[in-house]
Write a protein that binds this ligand. Structure first.
Ligand SMILES: [Zn+2]
Length: 94
C-alpha cells in the first residue's frame, strides 16, 4: 500500500530519511504501549506478538478495552494473586 497524499507534511520527509522519533504516549498494559512520533505524529501500538503496528481506530478501541481489563485485573490482583492471560487474550479476540 502506498499513500501518495502523505507528502503534504514536511516532517514526514525527515522521518523517512532519519527514521521516526517514537516516544511512549500511553501505557496500555505491561506489554502493550502506544507510541507517537515526535515529528509526524504517526501512532503505533504493540500487538499481541510484541510487534509494532499502525495504531488504527480499531486498535485504539482494542487498547481501551485492554487497558480497562488490565486495570481491573490489577485491582483484583491486590486481593488475590491469581492471573490468567488466556482470559485477557480471549476478551480482546486476538
Ligand atoms: Zn515520524
Amino acid at each position: 500500500m502506498s499513500k501518495t497524499n502523505s507528502a503534504s507534511n514536511p516532517m514526514k520527509l525527515y522521518c523517512s530519511l532519519f527514521g521516526h522519533q517514537y516516544e511512549v504516549s500511553k501505557k496500555v498494559t505491561l506489554h502493550v504501549k502506544e507510541y507517537t512520533c515526535k515529528c509526524c505524529k504517526r501512532e503505533l501500538t504493540t500487538n499481541s506478538n510484541g510487534n509494532l503496528i499502525e495504531l488504527t481506530p480499531k486498535f485504539k478501541e482494542i487498547n481501551v478495552i485492554l487497558e480497562d481489563i488490565y486495570t481491573r485485573r490489577r485491582l483484583r490482583l491486590k486481593q488475590k494473586a491469581f492471573t490468567s492471560s488466556i482470559y485477557l487474550n480471549k476478551a480482546v479476540g486476538y
